[in-house]
Write a protein of this length. Structure first.
Lengths: 192, 192
DNA sequence: GCCGTATTGGATCGGTCGCGCAAAAACTCG
DNA sequence: CGAGTTTTTGCGCGACCGATCCAATACGGC
């Protein structure tokens, strides 16, 4: 009962996500969010709470979409190195898209908010942990099949791959040179 | 001539740098800057210009201090791997300091501002280019002396090291686990 | 000792911020 | 059709934002 909602909750949260993604938390006003969703200010706060709650919901929406894609790439069948390469290449494609994207929302959140907002920090950690576990699992599988070196255990190797992965995305923001970024990926894979 | 300044320009800019470093650009108000420098709002804008100019000055101050330390570590005498390790270890020490620091100001700037402010983007690129060249130069020296593999040329290898370096600093923000971070460093060095 | 000059502290400007209130609107159920 | 419930709409509140203005101040040069 009650007046029916005019908006789709998932679509609204997706719009909110993209706005926060593009501008960051502080630079986004509640009026920006109202405009990008097509909703009124009161409808937004009535449905989702205040600005900070909206941000947390946007992070969770990102988790359900983009983070899920990353882990899915790592679980596909086929050679493990191809999966890691797919993860890296997909990130390069996103970071070098036209018009230029704003990188990884979670990385942005970790820089802007994670050291001042414990709930954001926890949400950020959740993403990183999920990706880390997917990488570790894939590498362990590769070690079993002999594709991946056993010089280090899968956990250590996963940290190594993750640092290259996130470093790659930092570099992509600063110097969008696809050739150089691809070289980084191949250099990493050659040493696994 | 005129009334003498009560503040030291370098000290003021250092205070401004630390405030922006800790809170980011958008979350820092001009009144925050006035408080952290001990100056009045008028004195700040009279001496340095508006908030954005202050931010750019803070980035340049960071370049003269922190970035300079990084390149200096890479130019020291001794084994090249020890220099790279020193660079990485110093970053870990900073990122895991108590009270927890806010990582690398330039990385923060690249996430928050570099895609909307061309001047900030240029300043950010300047830092990255400087560090990259210092790493490349050190690795080339190591290749000459036989310390470093010649599987790839020094430029490609430098990108590889840089991605691990910045990825390390991303991970340090999210999971301040010194053992894991140190393992990443050693895993990288072992493959050079 | 007075004048020109640069800096200082304090007040204040118009604008925007996040958030909330009150009334109209649109549905379900009795 | 009317009562109850939820969302929408429009407006406005107090606070804070970045930036500027202005008078008071403190120096060097004459």
């Amino acid at each position: 009962m009650g007046r029916p909602r005019k908006f789709d909750e998932t679509r609204a949260l997706t719009a909110v996500m993209h706005t926060f993604w593009q501008r960051g938390y502080e630079a986004t006003s509640t009026r920006d969010l109202a405009e990008s969703t097509g909703m009124g200010l009161s409808s937004l706060s009535n449905a989702f709470g205040d600005k900070r709650q909206l941000y947390l919901r946007a992070l969770r929406r990102y988790y359900e979409t983009n983070t899920a894609v990353q882990t899915e790439l790592l679980r596909r069948p086929g050679p493990v190195k191809d999966r890691v390469r797919a993860l890296m290449t997909q990130a390069i494609d996103i970071d070098l898209a036209n018009p230029p994207s704003s990188g990884c929302l979670i990385m942005n959140a970790s820089m802007e908010m994670a050291n001042t907002d414990p709930e954001v920090a926890q949400e950020v950690r959740r993403h990183f942990t999920t990706v880390e576990e997917a990488v570790r699992s894939a590498l362990a599988e590769g070690q079993d099949s002999g594709e991946i070196t056993r010089d280090q255990d899968a956990g250590t190797l996963a940290h190594h791959v993750l640092s290259a992965y996130y470093g790659l995305r930092v570099l992509a923001r600063v110097r969008p040179d696809r050739t150089a970024l691809t070289n980084v990926v191949e250099t990493l894979l050659a040493k696994l």
